[in-house]
Design a protein. Structure first.
Length: 603
């Protein structure tokens, strides 16, 4: 029996994790049978492929292998990089894995743009099944989908904490509805149950050659959102997601089997799920349509929250520039809103709706980013299991990665049909990550920090000879053994020295969660070090930490880099630095106490 907390966790998982994969039955079979004829043999073969894709790519790769990794139940591509890098000996291998993690992160954002567009469009297209709306023009469908998308993204800054509690129950209702409709349809064509046997999947691929291979690219649609099982693990924990997946898996399989049975009886069907529901229970069709639209909105909401989380991980691991972050909940610091990301996603989603116009064409672009992410995840997991000397998991992971790559190759045929857009979006994100990380590395080399021994020698002289200013001054320095230029400039060039000088060092640790803070050492008279050690998925309140430790500063000094360059790449880096909030803005330090010190660098 499940406890109350188990049930609460399962219900939350339904709303936050399974929206994307849960709404894929709206379009998956409809799109697949634009590529191949819906004969009984083809329908059974395709359904067998779908069932075994869900078993291999979602259940095995994510629910079993990926979710067995991690220290405190966290997940995602960046997490895999953090786990793998300490196991690697060669610097070249570290660089390669780091680049793969960057590509995986970029793909997730590229995928995130298509998810709301295809989900909302395909649900709104269900209006055409209603006789009064059967002549509804595609422009009207696009307008309704666009209005829903704008409304969804516009409420993000208000926070979704107050309404997320209804997401789970609505998605449970959705899964019950699609499972029940599937069972009813199977009852009329029980021969469809043969599809559970993987023999029919293999036979379909053998008999259909190149066409069968390309059909795999649309079969991928049934597993989109599978990566959310692992990526959202940090928010909900492993157990609730795994328990919820059992229920979701059976609901999906029953519905796909039911749709297949309906398609055998109605081979001319153009919108399989909605036509099946309309034929089974005409009276409840409109409520079901409304439920499907709400389910796609929930799926899109989960994707938006997921992208916010990925971007925040990128900021704390210093691969993405600092962005303005708002906290939308007083209780949960993990409830965040990133304005720049939100509006970038909205513009991209609206562009996708305008560019592709209907869900069938959009499906032709969907899947490339998903299979790319899955392949990278599989490769990184295989290496982690290999280095940790777990031969069984390493071997299974290698086989699964091989299947991921087959799916990825089948999706390459989508590139000329619009698939290039997900690559373009991912490439923009990837290029920004590379420019930012390379720029930060070069800038750090140019900063010429002072070694601690030399710094202390000068500090002791100045502290002994100058009149100290009463009160406490804070200085931020990532590495206490190398003192930033701006601190030397303040203390030694301008002779500004306080009675109590504290170096604040914020250190990212290998664990995803946990925050520890303390005074670590007294370097000299009037000079102390205060270290904040934080997990790379933690969202910290620096002001509160300082106050709790009894630090009441009079002034906070920080460095500002002004970059002068004629190089195009470094100009882009300079613009990124100008547009992104400074360190002190990101951590919301009190503006009335801040003093920025400008240093110019020529790159």
């Amino acid at each position: 029996m499940y406890s109350k907390s188990d049930i609460r966790g399962i219900v939350n998982s339904m709303g936050l994790v399974f929206g994307d994969i849960g709404t894929s039955p709206i379009y998956t079979l409809t799109v697949i049978f634009l590529l191949t004829r819906p004969t009984e043999a083809h329908v059974i073969g395709v359904l067998s492929l779908i069932i075994w894709t869900l078993i291999i790519l979602v259940t095995m790769e994510y629910a079993w292998l990926a979710m067995s990794l991690g220290k405190k139940g966290e997940g995602g591509t960046i997490v895999l990089k953090e786990l793998l890098v300490p196991l690697l000996k060669s610097g070249r291998n570290v660089t390669l894995i780091t680049l793969l993690a960057y590509i995986g992160t970029s793909f997730l954002v590229g995928d995130g743009v298509i998810t709301p567009a295809i989900s909302i469009l395909s649900a709104v297209e269900g209006l055409r099944i209603i006789p009064e709306f059967q002549d509804l023009g595609q422009e009207t469908i696009m307008l309704i989908a666009g209005i829903i998308a704008v409304a969804l993204f516009s409420i993000q800054n208000k926070g979704t904490e107050k309404i997320t509690w209804v997401f789970g129950p609505i998605m449970i209702l959705w899964f019950i509805a699609i499972a029940f409709s599937g069972i009813v349809s199977i009852f009329y064509t029980p021969a469809i149950l043969k599809a559970i046997n993987p023999y029919y999947a293999i036979r379909f691929l053998m008999n259909n050659g190149l066409t069968g291979f390309f059909v795999l690219s649309e079969v991928t649609l049934c597993a989109t959102g599978g990566e959310a099982l692992y990526a959202d693990m940090g928010h909900l924990g492993r157990e609730p997601i795994l328990k919820a997946w059992k229920f979701v898996f059976f609901a999906l399989v029953l519905n796909y089997l039911g749709q297949g049975a309906f398609l055998i009886r109605n081979p001319d069907s153009r919108n399989v799920l909605f036509e099946m529901i309309n034929q089974q229970a005409h009276l409840v069709y409109i409520p079901f349509l409304l439920l499907s639209i709400i389910a796609t909105i929930i799926a899109s909401q989960a994707m938006i929250s997921g992208v916010f989380s990925i971007v925040y991980q990128g900021i704390t691991t210093r691969i993405i520039p600092m962005l303005k972050i708002d906290y939308t909940s007083d209780e949960l610091r993990s409830q965040i809103y990133i304005s720049a990301v939100n509006w970038f996603l909205l513009l991209s989603v609206l562009f996708m709706i305008l560019e592709f116009r209907d869900s069938h064409k959009l499906a032709a672009a969907y899947g490339l980013a998903v299979t790319g992410t899955m392949s990278i995840t599989g490769l990184m997991m295989t290496l982690i299991f290999y280095f940790k000397k777990m031969p069984v998991k390493s071997f299974v992971s290698l086989l699964v990665t091989g299947i991921d790559i087959v799916f990825l190759l089948s999706n390459t045929y989508k590139i000329p049909h619009g698939g290039y857009w997900s690559i373009v979006i991912a490439a923009i994100i990837f290029a920004l990550i590379l420019i930012y990380t390379s720029g930060q590395k070069k800038l750090y080399e140019m900063m010429k920090p002072t070694k601690i021994d030399k710094f202390l020698e000068q500090y002791n002289q100045v502290y002994a000879s100058e009149n100290e200013i009463s009160g406490t001054a804070l200085f931020f320095s990532r590495d206490i053994t190398k003192i930033p230029q701006y601190i030397s400039h303040i203390m030694f060039d301008n002779n500004i020295i306080y009675e109590d000088n504290i170096f604040i060092s914020i250190v990212k640790c290998e664990s995803p969660f946990g925050v520890e803070s303390s005074f670590t050492k007294e370097l000299a008279k009037g000079l102390r070090v205060f270290e904040i050690s934080m997990g790379y998925m933690e969202i910290i309140d620096v002001v509160k930490i300082l106050k709790d430790k009894g630090i009441h500063e009079k002034t906070i000094f920080y460095g500002i880099e002004d970059i002068f360059t004629n190089n195009l790449i470094w100009r882009i880096f300079s613009v990124i630095k100008i547009l992104s909030p400074s360190f002190v803005q990101f951590y919301r330090l009190p503006t009335d106490k801040l003093h920025g010190v400008l240093t110019r660098f020529e790159m």
